[in-house]
Design a binder for this molecule. Structure first.
Ligand SMILES: [Zn+2]
Ligand SMILES: [Zn+2]
Ligand SMILES: [Zn+2]
Ligand SMILES: [Zn+2]
Ligand SMILES: [Zn+2]
Length: 277
């Protein structure tokens, strides 16, 4: 059963399900006692799937149509703020409507430091994947194989919520100084990482250790997703495909590839091929 605590100072929620140390040291400086909270009895007033307010007898949510669970035996997740019970898989507290965003508890994942400024990176759950964020330079370390998954999510997020976040992003030219070539070391093995121009020609340079993961400077993730969404990745694919196609096939086969990419969500498989040049 998922167990959450909230930092009394910065309100970050931590997943302490498997944490046995008596105190959690929040990166904000606060100390959080790791005690099993005592649940309070409270009526279910919010949809645990979308957070919408519910009538006292509602059996399904009027907004998202989720079934409302009121059986106490099925409510096991205790809200770290109001201590009411919610279903184990709840996204929102059934009483106060708090959105549950559990982060990995400090100390529960190996500590690594920023390849740029050597600050200790903070483990963060990004779309269900554990990434490591630098609070100083806002760069992000994405372990081994998770980069593709992360991009997939970024692209999906952009497609489904075009008005938020990435949607308003305008690609800006970087100051010339930031193009200065710096070879960074992998925060896990210490070897110098490879620099790759993401998708061959995007101008977005990522640092990559083949064994351990990918380092993204601040905003690079967003730029990459923007690049994909604006069709940059498809243009790069077109270049590559054109080369291949001119050697072995006609335009009809090429179109087939693009239908596949667009409809099937396998953009990232192509992507991994592309950065692995
Ligand atoms: Zn805190
Ligand atoms: Zn709902
Ligand atoms: Zn609550
Ligand atoms: Zn940093
Ligand atoms: Zn490495």
């Amino acid at each position: 059963m998922l167990r959450l605590v909230a930092c009394p100072s910065c309100r970050t929620q931590y997943d302490v399900t498997r944490i046995t140390t008596p105190v959690i040291h929040c990166p904000c400086g606060a100390q959080i006692p790791n005690q099993a909270p005592v649940a309070v009895d409270a009526p279910v007033e919010r949809c645990s799937s979308c957070g919408a307010a519910l009538g006292p007898d509602a059996r399904t949510c009027g907004y998202c149509r989720s079934t409302i669970v009121r059986d106490l035996r099925l409510l096991g997740l205790i809200c770290p703020e109001c201590f009411a019970r919610s279903p184990e898989k709840a996204k929102f507290c059934t009483r106060c409507g708090l959105k549950f965003v559990p982060q990995p508890a400090p100390g529960s994942v190996p500590e690594i430091s920023c390849p740029q400024d050597h600050e200790t990176l903070i483990a963060r759950s990004v779309g269900g994947l554990i990434c490591h964020e630098c609070r100083t330079c806002h760069g992000m370390w994405v372990p081994a194989d998770d980069f593709d998954a992360l991009l997939n999510k970024a692209v999906t997020a952009r497609r489904t919520r075009p008005s938020q976040g990435l949607g308003g992003h305008v690609h800006h030219e970087r100051p010339a100084a930031s193009f200065k070539v710096v070879y960074r070391k992998c925060p896990v093995c210490g070897d110098v990482m490879q620099r790759k121009n993401y998708a061959g020609r995007s101008g977005i340079i990522i640092d990559w250790c083949g064994s351990h993961g990918t380092w993204l400077d601040a905003d690079e993730m967003e730029e990459i997703a923007t690049f994909i969404f604006d069709g940059g990745l498809e243009r790069s694919l077109a270049d590559q495909e054109q080369k291949r196609a001119s050697q072995m096939a006609g335009p009809s086969q090429m179109r087939g590839v693009f239908e596949h990419v667009k409809n099937d969500g396998t953009l990232l498989e192509f992507f991994s091929e592309l950065i692995d040049f």
